[in-house]
Design a protein around this ligand. Structure first.
Ligand code: B12
Length: 208
């Protein structure tokens, strides 16, 4: 049994070098990359989330934690993204306007890539017009939107409406901490997934 506690602690204390070292050691020991991400890196970040919420941690510290988690992910990413696989479809992913959170979105994009999708990552703070322009340019099968703030989740509705107005034929999926299946139904999204792993199943189901 792998002990993920030391890696959790390194993410929580935002120690980039230590996270890199421990992640490399786990890879060398043959621990599965997905387990390292979920039980080592994300589990640590979840603790950070609770402390941030309770006012026990502040933005600069949270940023260091996010950076250390990203450093760990960079190490395991090449092990799970199999670019030789034929593409199962094209996904355009972005965080909606006004929202700068990108850790979860990037994880979702990465898991989709490893699941055989061709992923175009637009980045953060993407207004509806930019989603529309990118759909015209890249012609994806699926548009995936992320929002972490209750104030920005309504941008998803505006984006879907604009895409429909433009008559573009794509499926829409949404996700992020404040998002639920009910919200997805309410705004006419084709799907919602609570985490990165299930977002891949969702895309496979939608593309059929
Ligand atoms: C890290 C973080 C930050 C970092 C972001 C760094 C970065 N590069 O992303 C910084 C410090 C910059 C930040 C800033 C702010 N934040 Co912040 N942040 C967080 C924190 C602690 C963790 C988020 C995270 O990365 N989680 C880890 C990832 C892996 O999880 P995830 O994002 O949920 O993603 C998973 C799923 O949701 C899903 N998913 C995500 N996207 C998608 C998309 C699709 C299509 C699908 C299918 C699935 C999916 O899959 C992912 C992987 O499993 C959360 C707390 C929390 N518990 O969520 C607060 C939190 C989101 N932040 C919050 C707030 C208030 C802010 C600020 C307004 C703070 C401030 N006063 O300045 C600013 C806003 C900045 C902005 N305009 O966006 C609040 C939001 C409250 C609300 N309900 O609206 C939270 C919930 C903290 C809290 N409880 O108060 N934040």
């Amino acid at each position: 049994m792998t002990n993920f506690e030391p890696l959790n602690q390194s993410v929580i204390s935002g120690r980039v070098d230590q996270v890199k070292e421990q992640t490399k050691a786990m890879v060398d020991a043959g621990v599965s990359p997905i387990e390292i991400i979920n039980q080592g890196l994300i589990a640590g970040m979840n603790v950070v989330g609770v402390r941030f919420k309770n006012g026990d941690m502040f933005v600069p510290e949270v940023l260091m934690c996010a950076r250390s988690m990203a450093a760990g992910i960079e190490i395991v990413k090449p092990l799970i993204a199999d670019t030789d696989m034929p593409s199962k479809g094209k996904v355009l992913i972005g965080t909606v306007k006004g929202d700068l959170h990108d850790i979860g979105k990037n994880l979702v994009g990465m898991m989709m890539e490893s699941g055989g999708f061709n992923v175009i990552n637009l980045g953060v703070d993407i207004p509806p017009e930019k989603f529309v322009a990118a759909i015209k340019e890249h012609k994806p099968d699926i548009v995936a939107m992320s929002a972490l703030l209750t104030t920005t989740m309504l941008q998803m509705k505006d984006t879907i409406e604009l895409i429909k107005e433009e008559g573009l034929n794509v499926k829409y999926i949404i996700g992020g901490a404040p998002i639920s299946q009910e919200f997805a139904d309410e705004i006419g999204a084709d799907g919602y997934a609570p985490d990165a792993a299930s977002s891949v199943d969702l895309c496979l189901k939608l593309i059929g």
